[in-house]
Structure formats: structure tokens, C-alpha cells
Design a protein around this ligand. Structure first.
Ligand SMILES: [Zn+2]
Length: 258
């Protein structure tokens, strides 16, 4: 059965762009139909009643009508506005990064309920008392897993031996860990400390509740961020539409290496 001409679904607004004089095109992560673009007519006019409901990051109930090239938003009602994120620039930039990352990893019109729930949960935790960077790291790890890019962290991708509690290597190109002897000669692999490996594994397995109790030193947090970002950049590099985003990740990575 195809999608009906008019349907209602819950959605998180990932981003928006202007179109023509008064319209916007919104990229929505819908609960029932995955990621899709939808046109909001006249929302840039001051009289628009919909515009407030369609801010990026808003979770809302939308009524969509199938158009010739894309869906048209016929109605919209906010379910959750994540207001605390909008009042704090640090939190807001992290939340927008989370939305952009979801946009990069989601395929068009492929239902992704688990990713939807993950993003919703992440936005909620970014509002709370937890270390917002660790919240993002866990989000990245889960998102990679949902997209089919779960990094290997238990065995060496070269010789299959289980990873020991020593200095190992992480290879974005190989997709995970390498033991000291395999990693030393592999181009692009970087040193991974024993604690770094522990944190990466924890991020893969722990819930947000467990992450909230974690307190890790800045140097270790940076090491983990560096490995994850280089892996994400490597995964997304094959996607031509993500070029500018990958460039930004690479710049961030350089900042972490200084
Ligand atoms: Zn090995």
C-alpha cells in the first residue's frame, strides 16, 4: 500500500531553507515515513500561524499532503519545543549538530523509528545536567550503529585477536580497532589509549542514564571525540552531499589535535 494523499505524522524539524518569496522547505524526520522534504507555504509572512511550530528542532504533529515534487504542510502543532536548548548557545549548537548528523545519515523516505527516538531522547538529554559532550558522543555512537556503521571495538580488524588493555590503534578506514602490531604499520591509524577504548566501548553499550554518572578528564574526552569525528568523516566522505559537513568535521578535528 502506498502513502495516502493526506496523512498525519509526528516529526522533528531537522532544518529549513527559504524558497521563493514567502515559503520554506523543511527537512523533517517523520516518525512514520522517515526523512523527507516538505514545503511550508507562506510561513515567512508575519501573519503565518504555522511558522512558530516549524522551527528547527521542534517536535510536532504535522499534516502532510502529497504534492507533485514534495509534500506540502497543511497543518502543524508543536508537541515539544525544547525551549531550554534555544536559550543556551552551547546547547543549541550541539542540538543543531545532532539534527544535521541525523540528516546526513538518514536515507530519504526510509522509516527509521529507532533513530527518531534516539534523536528525541538526545535533545531531551542535551537540556539536562549531563555532560553535553558525552551526550553527543553517545548519540554519534548509536547513530553510527543504526546506520550500519557500528565500529569494531572488541577485536583487532587485522588479526582478530581480542583487544587487550594496552595502547592500541583506531583506524577510521578499517572501521575500528587494531592491535599494536597491526596498527603500527597501517596508514591513517591513530594511537588509542586503554582508557580511550574503555570510554568508546561504554558509549556503545551504556544508556544515557549511565553516561550521566560519568566524569572523564578533558584530555580523554578530546581523544574520544577525535576518534569518533574522524570515523564519522570517513564514513560520510563517500557521500558527495556531505562534503561541506565533512570539511567542518575535519576542521574540528584539527582543533582537537593542537
Ligand atoms: Zn592485530
Amino acid at each position: 500500500m502506498g502513502t495516502p494523499r493526506i496523512y498525519k505524522t509526528e516529526a522533528i524539524v531537522l532544518r529549513q531553507r527559504k524558497m521563493g518569496e514567502a515559503d520554506r522547505v523543511l527537512t523533517l524526520h517523520t516518525l512514520t515515513h522517515g526523512k523527507l522534504d516538505a514545503k511550508a507555504k507562506g510561513v515567512r509572512k508575519t501573519t503565518s500561524r504555522m511558522s512558530g511550530h516549524l522551527q528547527p528542532l521542534n517536535r510536532c504533529m504535522v499534516q502532510l499532503v502529497q504534492g507533485r515534487t514534495m509534500e506540502i504542510i497543511a497543518g502543524c502543532e508543536t508537541l515539544e519545543s525544547f525551549q531550554p536548548l534555544r536559550e543556551d548557545l552551547d546547547r543549541l549548537s550541539r542540538a543543531l549538530y545532532a539534527a544535521e548528523l541525523a540528516d546526513r545519515f538518514l536515507a530519504e523516505r526510509v522509516e527509521a523509528v529507532a533513530t527518531y527516538r534516539l534523536l528525541q531522547e538526545t535533545l531531551r538529554h542535551l537540556q539536562g545536567d549531563a555532560d553535553v559532550d558525552l551526550v553527543l558522543r553517545r548519540y554519534e555512537m548509536k547513530l553510527l550503529e543504526h546506520a550500519g556503521f557500528r565500529p569494531e571495538l572488541d577485536r583487532c580488524l587485522g588479526c582478530e585477536v581480542p583487544m587487550g588493555p594496552q595502547r592500541n590503534f583506531f583506524s577510521p578506514m578499517a572501521g575500528g580497532t587494531l592491535c599494536p602490531s597491526c596498527g603500527a604499520g597501517t596508514a591513517g591509524s591513530r594511537m588509542l589509549s586503554a582508557d580511550g577504548l574503555k570510554v568508546l566501548r561504554l558509549l556503545q553499550r551504556a544508556s544515557y542514564k549511565e553516561i550521566e554518572r560519568l566524569n572523564i578528564p578533558p584530555a580523554l574526552a578530546q581523544e574520544v571525540e577525535r576518534h569518533q569525528r574522524s570515523y564519522i568523516a570517513c564514513v560520510l566522505e563517500r557521500d558527495v552531499n556531505a562534503a561541506a559537513f565533512v570539511e567542518r568535521l575535519r576542521r574540528e578535528q584539527q582543533r582537537l589535535e593542537i
